[in-house]
Ligand binder design. Sequence first.
Ligand SMILES: CC(C)(COP(=O)(O)OP(=O)(O)OC[C@H]1O[C@@H](n2cnc3c(N)ncnc32)[C@H](O)[C@@H]1OP(=O)(O)O)[C@@H](O)C(=O)NCCC(=O)NCCS
Length: 316
Amino acid sequence: MTVGIRRVDPDDDTALLAYAAVVNAVTPEQPTSLDDLRWAGRTYPGGARFLALAEEDGRPVGTASVGRIYMYDASYERYWFGVEVLPDARRRGIGTALWVAASAVARAVGKTGLQTDASEAQADGVAFLLHRGFEVIERSKMVRLDLRGLAPPPVEPPGGVTLTTLAARPDLAAGIHAVALEAYADIPSADEPVAAGTLDEFLDRDVRRSGIPPDAIAIALDDATGEVTGWASLLIAPGSSTLAWHDMTAVRRAWRGRGIATALKRATIAWAIARGLETLETGNDEANAPMRAVNARLGYRPIPDLLTLRGPLAPA
Ligand SMILES: CC(C)(COP(=O)(O)OP(=O)(O)OC[C@H]1O[C@@H](n2cnc3c(N)ncnc32)[C@H](O)[C@@H]1OP(=O)(O)O)[C@@H](O)C(=O)NCCC(=O)NCCS
């Protein structure tokens, strides 16, 4: 058996489809699609993103992605690293070879380490990372809401607040960016602050993405001033017509504690039910007790934890 590793050309749809097929077979809980890969290639071009495909006698058996962590500033010292190998091709060194290839890409642009996440249910993947010096830096408690047969929850924003959507009010894009500038700084994160970025960077990543329909972006407005006080959005899982993730829920500091986030979240749940989705998933840091309590009340139930890990580059 001969294994070869090659770079996936971001314009080569056949290679992108082969890449997506491996990822979706190995990590169906974090699927990708041609559309999503094209979005990422467009938004993070060049060395900021590198996809690799491992082929055994011409059959795609493994994949790796390495590149900028979209939620952090571009200068952050680590690159993102994803690695997947089909179960029947494991324990032959393919994963290690992909880690070596990914490390070379990161090293070439001056990065000093890698970061990734893995579902706790991926026992092989977590063991592989721990054996290579990766450490768990964060544990997200993931939950799932089964929408099948669920009645749309009542959306009751507090007095003086009106809900709308970005589809109805596209002029509010800059207003949600202003909320992000304030709220992202407050997202508990494993020591590296999450960066909202410039208006364009923010819109490219969190708004102008095919999996984020503008009518699935719920926006809260202060009736008195017309100011955006918060927003909540859904990201439809790439390639899926039944699963979406809560992408972001953010409320300006001065408006917190009044039920705006709950109303926004309910609006997105109602949207998902009307759209015929079957499942919503979301995750929160272990320590985020208030958000987890809200989710439990809304009917979300635990699924395996998502681990965030940091680790070294493979030796050169
Ligand atoms: C992580 C993953 C990519 C590893 O792929 P892999 O091809 O099995 O990786 P390797 O073969 O290089 O290494 C796996 C183990 O097999 C061992 N191995 C390698 N060649 C071997 C051989 N010829 N015979 C026996 N064992 C071998 C390695 O030493 C390693 O064991 P270790 O971790 O104790 O050192 C794979 O398990 C996977 O796809 N998991 C699910 C996705 C995931 O969770 N990814 C991580 C987060 S992004």
